[in-house]
Design a protein around this ligand. Structure first.
Ligand code: NDP
Length: 602
């Protein structure tokens, strides 16, 4: 049967009751009362998993003792966008502190084979017009993304203003001088009036708590520290040193989807250890059409970002500029069937239609697996059975095909994981598979306290610790500010709106925060802090609006969006549920009112 015919049949055969039962059964297999505590914190004997393998020579330098206007924490795209925005408002005496050896953040660390952005490069790579760069592909690969971060660093002259291989260990508010004092692991002391913290949402690798993990005598590493000394090759593949190696990749999230095809090509044998399959839709990468580029007018990147954001917010515009798996997903899930006036449809009917759309999309995804993967049992094992937005959707044209190779074995643990790891291999269902190397594609900490993920403590007014301020849960105004911590601004995903295009989200945040700083400076003011009533009210708003999302995630198979089953720790649980378009409008209206309601500005 042709691929198109398989897809059509999947759409025609929709047995809603059977699908409901199947989704519930599969979820039940995966519920884990340990939640986030099932993972091993990477420290002590495991700290080698976060050592930096990319530094050629350890840095030797004298400690810095200085005063700057603004301190930017993190040199990923968030920190770079904050620095670029500070530059635009005329704040140039800044200091960036970055633990890695260069700019890039995610793209400094993630150099695994096949790594590429999964949001279109033309909208994902920030500041393209400002830096005069055009990506070479619709979905650029890791080296190009890393190079672009460096380009932004050069363009805004940020290298001389950055301390690399340095980690802030403590930030302390100095009430007398009305500034922050940052101390680092290299003994630096940096005083700054403003602090913009962009430490990244998923920056601390995590390891699975599989019994015996510490006993393995072969080679191991985490995907975000890919060991090319061991594998040979680079992020484009060519890992010739794996030719005689039996390799296990544990995990099948967005990272594994990208690195499995490359490892499959190069390893003697590859075992893919799956607990829950990802949804894997078509990618359709292609080289940039430079004739098209010539037609672009100034402002094109912002226009394209906004256009994409409309589609992934479940709305439509006259033209879908990006036309990819993401916009297709939201068309299938929402706009293709949504009645013109959804409010005219009873809520139960809307819920039924939403569920049907999700099942249909799921069937399409599963039918593609049947069409590509030749071995029936393997194809069955690779099928995801959960709502499309329960986990990060993935897109790849080679992942499923990799399972047709004779040297690739899927170990489908059906939600259980491995029995154990031994000195020489991995064990599932009582069978030991000897391996030379185990690669952990098991993701990053999420839902833990901000200060733990940022690896620093922050002491606000009266010595209050941010760890305590954010226990049990964060408390912010708009996700950016918290009471008792003046001039401390957080960029990233928090009690604000999520955009799948994270760099667009960060750009908007940087612009908003720097506009506030610029206004305060122009008025001769030096302090911005939210009042407690405004923070309380914002949390109330966030929690009230997020009830429906909470209900949805409660039905999902576990994952970090829903805190691995502990909803309060979910990455998306306290985001602004009306969506990013409504949130942008809220910020615009709030700024336009001119009274900076909820903030005390002195
Ligand atoms: P994820 O958290 O998405 O995936 C971790 C994987 O490890 C899951 O498949 C998980 O299974 C599995 N796992 C965890 N514990 C065990 C265990 N004990 N036994 C077996 N398997 C286990 O991490 P990723 O690194 O894949 O991705 C993180 C995020 O980074 C993505 O969601 C995405 O946002 C981003 N990303 C973006 C990319 C891009 O191109 N822009 C590329 C790669 C990542 P289970 O599902 O059962 O928990």
């Amino acid at each position: 049967m042709s691929e198109a015919a398989v897809l059509q049949r999947a759409l025609d055969d929709l047995d809603i009751e059977a699908l409901r039962r199947k989704y519930l059964d599969e979820r039940a297999k995966r519920l884990n009362p340990k939640g986030n505590s099932q993972y091993i914190e990477v420290k002590g004997e495991f700290s080698r998993f976060i050592d930096d393998p990319y530094i050629e020579a350890p840095l030797v330098r004298d400690a810095v003792d200085e005063t700057v206007s603004a301190l930017v924490i993190g040199g990923g795209f968030g920190g770079l966008l904050a620095a670029a925005e500070l530059h635009k408002i005329g704040v140039t005496d800044i200091r960036i502190v970055e633990k890695a050896g260069d700019f890039g953040g995610t793209w400094y660390w993630n150099r695994y084979p096949g790594a590429q952005c999964d949001i279109e490069s033309y909208i994902y790579m920030p500041l393209l017009e400002e830096t005069g760069y055009i990506p070479t592909e619709k979905y650029a690969h890791a080296a190009e993304l890393f190079a672009h971060a460096r380009r932004i660093g050069e363009h805004y002259d940020l290298y001389p203003r950055t301390l690399f291989q340095t980690q802030i260990v403590e930030l302390r508010w100095d009430e007398t001088d009305s500034c922050w004092l940052a101390t680092t692991d290299r003994g630096d002391r940096i005083r700054a009036q403003w602090v913009l913290s962009a430490s990244g949402p998923l920056n601390r690798p995590k390891l699975p708590g599989i019994p015996g993990i510490e006993t393995f005598k072969g080679h191991t590493f985490h995907t975000s520290r890919w060991d090319y000394d061991y594998t040979g090759g680079d992020s484009r593949g060519g890992m010739t040193k794996l030719a005689d190696k039996r390799v296990a990749i544990i995990g099948t999230g967005a990272t594994a989807i990208q690195c499995v095809p490359y490892t499959a090509r190069d390893a003697r044998h590859l075992y893919v250890v799956q607990r829950t399959p990802s949804t894997v839709d078509l990618r359709g990468n292609r080289p940039t059409d430079f004739d098209w580029i010539k037609t672009l007018q100034p402002g094109w990147q912002r226009e394209r970002m906004d256009n994409f954001n409309i589609f992934v917010s479940g709305m439509v515009a006259p033209v879908d500029m990006v036309q990819d798996g993401w916009t297709d997903l939201f068309r299938d899930l929402v706009t293709s069937w949504m009645p013109e006036d959804p409010r005219a449809v009873p809520p139960e009917e809307m819920a039924r239609l939403t569920e049907i759309a999700d099942f249909r999309k799921g069937n399409k995804i599963r039918a593609r697996i049947d069409a590509v993967v030749k071995d029936k049992a393997t194809a069955e094992g690779l099928k995801p059975w959960y709502g499309m937005l329960c986990k990060r959707p993935t897109f790849n044209d080679d992942y499923l095909e990799a399972f047709n190779r004779p040297n690739v074995t899927l170990i489908d643990t059906q939600g259980r994981s491995l029995d154990r790891i031994t000195e020489t291999g991995i064990v599932f269902d009582g069978v030991e598979y000897p391996v030379d190397c185990i690669i952990f594609a098991t993701g990053f900490e999420s839902g833990t306290n901000y200060t733990r993920r940022a690896a620093m403590e922050i002491y606000g007014r009266n010595g209050k610790r941010l760890t305590d301020q954010f226990t049990p849960r964060p408390r912010t105004l708009h996700g950016f500010f918290t009471d008792g911590f003046p001039n401390f601004f957080m960029l990233g995903l928090s009690q604000n709106a999520f955009k799948p295009n994270i760099t667009d989200m960060l750009a908007e945040q940087a612009e908003h925060l720097c506009a506030l700083i610029a206004a305060a400076r122009s008025e001769g003011k030096t302090r911005i802090e939210p009042n407690s009533e405004a923070v309380d009210a914002w949390i109330e708003t966030i929690r009230e609006k997020s009830k429906a999302r909470r209900q949805f995630l409660a039905t999902c198979t576990p994952g970090y969006y829903g805190g691995e089953g502990d909803l309060d720790q979910g990455l998306l649980i306290e985001t602004y549920a009306d969506g990013s378009i409504a949130f942008s409008e809220l910020l615009r209206t709030w700024r336009a009112a001119g009274d900076r309601s909820g903030l005390e500005v002195h």
